[in-house]
Design a protein around this ligand. Sequence first.
Ligand code: KIV
Ligand code: ZN
Length: 524
Amino acid sequence: MMSHETRKVKKVGKFRKIKIFDTTLRDGEQSPGATLTHREKILIAKQLEKLNVDIIEAGFPIASEDDFKAVREIAATVRKPIVAGLARALEKDVNRAWEAVQEAKKPRIHTFMSSSDIHLREQFKISREEALRMSVEAVKLAKSYCDDVEFSPMDATRTEPKFLFQMVEAAIDTGATTVNIPDTVGYAQPSEFGQLIAAIKKNVPNIENAVISVHCHNDLGLAVANSLEAVKEGASQVECTVNGLGERAGNASLEEIAMSLYTRKQFFNAETSIDLKEIYPSSQMVSNFTGIAVQRNKAVVGENAFAHEAGIHQHGLIANSQTYEIMNPEMIGKKSKLVLGKHSGKHATRQVLEEMGFRLDEKQLQQVTAKIKQLADKQKTVLEEDIVAIASDVTQQLRSEEQRIVLDELKIETGNKIKPTAKVRLIIDGKPVEATGSGVGPVDALSNAIGNVVPAKISLKEYHLKAITGGTDALADVVVKVSNGCGVLHDAEAINEDVIMASANAFIKGLNKALAKKKKRLAK
Ligand code: KIV
Ligand code: ZN
């Protein structure tokens, strides 16, 4: 029978320490639909530091100039965690990764090379010997810069075990201090993955000189189970992401790993250093910035994770909360539903927002407080999600000198018997400009009207609409990508109770971002 473990934290030192390597800003940002601005990446990195992760994988510096700059700033900003930059096993990648992380108090270069025959033959068209040689060269170069080097044989779970052992041994011999075993395509089953870790411990003679890490993808929904099985077999670093974001179906979810290891500490004889009460604020921040909502019934951080509906459960809970609760919301920093509304002042708003990870200046705070009051006048309850949305909208607003286009007036005509048309009056570089447009729907008409008065090169590339709270009075959250015509996409987001206004504000915000560096006057 499984014993009910006590909630009390046992003395640190009794349990094996499992390092949490957070890759939200690298693998997580590779999630379809998840893009983060530079500022959002920095805020997330600071929040991860509060969460007390051991390692932040801040990005893939060679991938783009934006990635490079974000990794470099994160390296210079956070002090407690190790900051890792990812690099393929190529000289230019390792050099760039080092350039990005060198200012970190604790820098790490994470280099990787595929090890499975299917990757080597079909994708890279190189032999195993060549892959081995490239891996050794990359680790050697990384080691010449930095003591802390991680090596990953990509697609490890579909690699012939003997070759995997050989690659891991060579990486450690060359100086890798962490060897990460990725289940890149989420193919492994828990017992099988556990056996692979045990086999690595048995068959890699120098394994004691490195930390064994695991990096599991969730294609079959087993990323957390596989990671935990690996911990049982001796892995002491787990790579994971907030809300389980990541390529395709995502990576192992940080909050599930942390709460399993906390709740079943005796079973695993292991613990992490995660500050549990920062779990929920981190989850909210990442969901809000990426625009990827947390599934309601998601373990630990989902809206329903602590909601008890059945009468028999509620009855038991009243008698003793442990009857049906193995964790409670306070542990993960989830407060009971917030009650900010018409009567809430600036101080309460500031406190609530700071708990959610927002840092607002005085002007932004006033704007958020005013918007919450406005919403409370229209909507019965102002939910936590509404507050997060409003705050993120306000903190993303451009400085006024960068707002070259301002919306003055907007009229929409639509119906089942007329072609939707939009009439806009914009103030462009201080001068009023009017335009009309029609389209298949009101949002399309609006976009066409605005498009008629901005340079043709600048165009709307993506449009996403999400209702933040349920109901017909829900706040609409619109996220757009606007191209500046030179290959750069600018993200913008706006929140409003009116879908059309949220769309107009998001378009204009995106246009202002795209125009921010162009000096040419637009208004004739
Ligand atoms: O999934 C994977 O294999 C990766 C590597 C770069 C570690 O993300
Ligand atoms: Zn991955």
